[in-house]
Write a protein that binds this ligand. Structure first.
Ligand SMILES: Nc1ncnc2c1ncn2[C@@H]1O[C@H](COP(=O)(O)OP(=O)(O)OP(=O)(O)O)[C@@H](O)[C@H]1O
Ligand SMILES: [Mg+2]
Length: 260
């Protein structure tokens, strides 16, 4: 059965999408634990940034997207797009309707629509080693859907004033989901876009260490222009710049995660 990771943060622009695609690239191509992994990425952000970063125009998609998967109108296996390194469940703007649809489902039948994604993942879980979900930076039922279908939440934190506030809220959300849905999900935190030369970044690290405790991963993803260039070129960092600092960091992050 695949291990399911969810990249989640209530703050925008902290590297959720970038980490999804680059961890996907690391697991799929770097022979971790002796073999390349079979990887599925799931875009759970209605903006479709992950989908676009994989070279697919979200606006061109029709009815075989993560929206249909999360509300259960299509089987997940019918929405898979096969790419060079990994498979993808793409997203488009339709996904923004999911939280309202879950509410309607609950009012009509008492069914918790947030649990549909877990069942869908269960159905194809044996076809993959790793499944990674990218989320939008919002607190809503779609985020819960992702958290309750995951084994491990990965929370990127960009060193900045108030970053620790967002982190505290995210940790609380994970704990709430654990209790309310009786789902055993753990989490790890990592630093993204870190620049050791900046005093603010070093100070932020100390504050984040206190908040995250032993759940803070040792690997820090450093600021690296190749990482953002890779996204712009619809490639993961192992395709675009395998010798870059970004590739080094994402490989190290993937190894540390597997070692958990
Ligand atoms: N290590 C890095 N070095 C340099 N730039 C980076 C790095 N990681 C991410 N970026 C850039 O930072 C920006 C935000 O990253 P990304 O889109 O992954 O964040 P996000 O958390 O998914 O945002 P959103 O909350 O809007 O979905 C992008 O332009 C991306 O290319
Ligand atoms: Mg994103």
């Amino acid at each position: 059965m695949a291990t399911v990771y969810s990249l989640a943060s209530l703050k925008g622009g902290v590297s959720k999408t970038t980490a999804t695609i680059n961890l996907g690239g690391a697991f799929a191509t770097m022979g971790l634990a002796g073999a390349n992994k079979k990887v599925l990425l799931i875009d759970l952000d209605p903006s479709g940034n992950l989908t676009a970063n994989c070279g697919i125009n979200p606006a061109s998609l029709n009815k075989n997207t993560s929206y249909e998967v999360v509300v259960g109108t299509k089987a997940i296996k019918d929405c898979i797009i096969k790419l060079e390194h990994f498979d993808l469940i793409p997203a488009n703007a339709d996904l923004a309707n999911a939280p309202a649809d879950f509410l309607t489902m609950y009012n009509k039948s008492g069914k918790q629509g947030e649990k549909i994604l877990s069942q869908q993942i269960w159905d194809i879980g044996n076809d993959y080693d790793v499944i990674i979900q990218d989320n939008q930076p919002s607190w809503n039922k779609l985020l819960f859907s992702s958290l309750i279908s995951s084994d491990m939440v990965l929370v990127p934190v960009q060193p900045a004033f108030f970053s620790v506030v967002g982190l505290g809220e995210m940790i609380k959300t994970i704990k709430d989901v654990k209790e309310n849905f009786d789902h055993d999900v753990d989490y790890r935190v990592f630093l993204s876009m870190y620049d050791e030369r900046r005093v603010l970044d070093r100070e932020s690290l100390e504050i984040i260490k206190k908040e995250a405790g032993d759940r803070l991963l040792k690997t820090k993803i450093r600021n690296n222009i190749s990482v953002s260039e890779a996204s712009g070129n619809c490639q993961n960092i192992f395709q675009y710049a395998p010798q870059s600092i970004g590739a080094e960091d994402y490989l190290s992050l993937a190894k540390e995660i597997v070692g958990i």
